[in-house]
Design a protein. Structure first.
Length: 186
């Protein structure tokens, strides 16, 4: 959710600054199609019912690895180092906790999503998400997990990680630089 908000906010700010949407198509993104494949894998992971075993976790972790690869190929673009750091932090905490992003029942309750915690016991993946329900004391690298709770109206309330924040800032930087090129650029 934070990424979607960052994109909409960045597009709005860029357009208000006189930017043009057509400039986004001019971003020299190498192998960007791999990012689309990775995001498609994540949508599939979240959309399909949970299966047991390592396959779904491998798909999710593999999608993050693809995204990190795209970031590495495009490291010199504005915002990419922050996006890479955010993805790496998210991947680290996910791998340390069995392949899912840990979220605590308390964090969910803070944003009015406590009913999601009631769906299952600790260690249970949350349906429709990349998260796994874990108490803070059982979460490895807990400070990198979904610990930032932002209450609000239904579409905006969310729990996200430090990695998500860095990723969102990186995307905003990339979009701002693309939408409103400096005067020295053609």
């Amino acid at each position: 959710m934070i990424l979607l908000v960052a994109i909409v906010l960045s597009l709005t700010i860029g357009l208000l600054r006189g930017g043009r949407l057509r400039h986004i198509a001019e971003i020299p993104l190498r192998h960007g199609w791999l990012a689309l494949v990775a995001l498609g894998l994540q949508v599939g992971f979240v959309s399909w019912p949970r299966w047991g075993g390592a396959l779904p976790v491998g798909v999710l972790v593999g999608s993050y690895a693809l995204l990190v690869g795209v970031i590495a190929l495009n490291w010199r673009l504005p915002g990419m180092p922050l996006m890479g750091l955010g993805l790496a932090l998210n991947l680290a905490v996910m791998v340390a906790n069995g392949g899912y992003m840990p979220v605590s029942p308390e964090a969910l309750a803070k944003v009015g999503l406590g009913h999601l915690a009631a769906q299952g016991a600790y260690g249970t993946p949350i349906l429709g998400a990349k998260d796994i329900l874990l108490p803070r004391e059982a979460t490895r690298l807990w400070w990198l997990s979904d610990v930032i709770a932002v209450p609000g109206p239904a579409p905006l309330r969310a729990v996200f990680s430090v990695g998500d924040v860095l990723l969102a800032i990186g995307v905003m930087i990339l979009l701002q630089k693309a939408l409103v090129p400096s005067k020295s650029q053609p």
